[in-house]
Ligand binder design. Structure first.
Ligand code: GLV
Ligand code: MN
Ligand code: MN
Length: 426
């Protein structure tokens, strides 16, 4: 890829836009999928930030940007021939880093630019797509854009997806003409995509520890997510005797510790490893001199093994009911997302390994603990993923970092693999 190292380093490490917006979620989506996503992009995203970064990327990558979407095609467009897609996302978690998602997008743009510069002719068109809302920043609902495309948003999951201002995801979608009864019609026709490849940072410690520059991903852990609302009794903090209190926050605190305890029992690194997190907590009334009467928290439990995850989910729910009973507090469990772990395509895993071997690059075969758009796209097309190391395994933090040499290696392998995917039978 010639001077790719310098170009990617410049784009990723010095692009002002990414630094400026790293503290806010920004999202957009490809217009290639369907016009509905163009509207979706406007409503589900934060337009100024998005437009700014799109413009920056367009300038730097010299790609075509239509309607504010990055949608780059190389190798010619031919009606009826499926596209090979490289995809990632540009939205971030609040206070996140600038490598999660963005690195894959920039590397994909760089790969496409390289294809164009070298006038490489492919057997099928190649597209770069950026999905809307991969992170759960606004609605607690991850991989929103790719889930719509994969036909994987289910009505029952929508009911409790609400943003910090109280806006319901369901209402936002309804404003765009997407209702429970036509959700499936948003699914992209699988015959239009030949395969899907995503380059991403590992977001964990394994590659660094094993000193391997590349991970070939075998499967993606999927979350079970739910909100828990404890309703006790708000009361005076000075006059209410300790034994008469129905403190919703203490119930939430007990639950948080229970999630940790149960998951630690199942957190061995082999098959069956389960992780669990309480990532949000809101209390009311939230003043220093009142006992909290209401506490709402969100639980995220993940594993590569569906059975292990289900066992942990059952145990955690049993704890929730026991805490509520003992403390005489009302409790509601509101489901957000229930997904199964996703195996990636075996032929693509082999192809990615061969690409590493062809360049003598050491790789690790590994599952992904983080969620990715690939887990949705795997439901409509063969999907494969490559990882590069994350320094200290840190992600979803401003400390997120990957070395430019590793990014370049990843981009090179992405390019190698997309050429093979475009030119060979998959
Ligand atoms: C996405 O980054 C996720 O795994 O939550
Ligand atoms: Mn992320
Ligand atoms: Mn990501």
């Amino acid at each position: 890829m010639g001077d790719v190292a310098q170009r990617i380093a410049e784009m990723l490490l010095r692009t002002e836009a990414i630094q400026v917006y790293k503290e806010k979620p920004f999202v957009f989506v490809s217009g290639r999928i369907s016009p509905v996503y163009i509207d979706c992009r406007k409503i589900l995203s934060f337009p100024d930030e998005r437009d700014y970064i799109v413009t920056q990327l367009a300038k730097k990558a010299e790609t075509d940007v239509g309607l504010g979407n990055i949608d780059v095609v190389a190798g010619g467009e031919t009606a009826g021939i499926p596209y090979a897609s490289f995809v990632s996302h540009l939205d971030t978690v609040l206070h996140g880093g600038k490598f999660d998602g963005t690195m894959g997008v920039i590397a994909a743009l760089e790969a496409v630019r390289t294809l164009k510069e070298h006038k490489i002719v492919l057997q099928c068109p190649v597209e770069v797509v950026c999905f809307v809302g991969e992170e759960s920043s606004r609605f607690g609902y991850s991989t929103l854009g790719s889930s719509l495309i994969a036909g994987e948003i289910h009505g029952k999951d929508l009911a409790h997806a609400v943003d910090a201002q109280g806006t319901k995801l369901e209402d936002v979608l309804a404003n765009m003409g997407i209702y429970r009864n036509n959700l499936r019609s948003m699914r992209r026709d699988p015959s239009t995509i030949k395969a899907y490849l995503e380059l991403h940072i590992e977001q964990g410690p394994i590659l660094e520890a094993k000193k391997r520059p590349i991970g070939v991903v075998t499967s993606i852990a999927a979350p079970t997510r739910f909100k828990v609302v404890f309703t006790g009794q708000a009361d005076h903090s000075g006059t209410t005797p300790m034994e008469m209190r129905r403190d919703a926050l203490v119930a939430a605190a007990e639950l948080t510790v229970a999630v940790e305890k149960v998951c630690r029992r199942y957190s061995h690194m082999k098959k069956g490893r389960v992780v669990g997190t309480v990532g949000t907590l809101q209390i009311e009334p939230g003043v220093i001199n009142a006992i909290p009467g209401r506490a709402e928290l969100a639980v995220d439990i993940r594993s590569i093994t569906a059975e292990a995850k289900q066992r942990v989910v059952r145990l955690v729910k049993a704890h929730i009911r026991e805490i509520a009973r003992r403390r005489k507090i009302r409790v509601e469990i509101l489901p957000l997302r229930e997904e199964d772990p996703v195996p990636l395509d075996k032929r693509l895993i082999r192809l990615l390994k061969e690409c590493c071997e062809a360049r003598n690059i050491a790789y690790e075969i590994m599952p992904s603990g983080a969620g990715h758009d690939a887990m949705q796209m795997a439901k409509v097309t063969p999907a494969g993923m490559l990882f590069i190391p994350s320094r200290l395994g840190i992600s979803h933090s401003p400390l997120e970092w990957s070395e430019p040499e590793d990014i370049c290696l990843g981009a090179q392998l992405l390019l190698d693999s997309i050429v093979r995917v475009a030119n060979e039978a998959i």
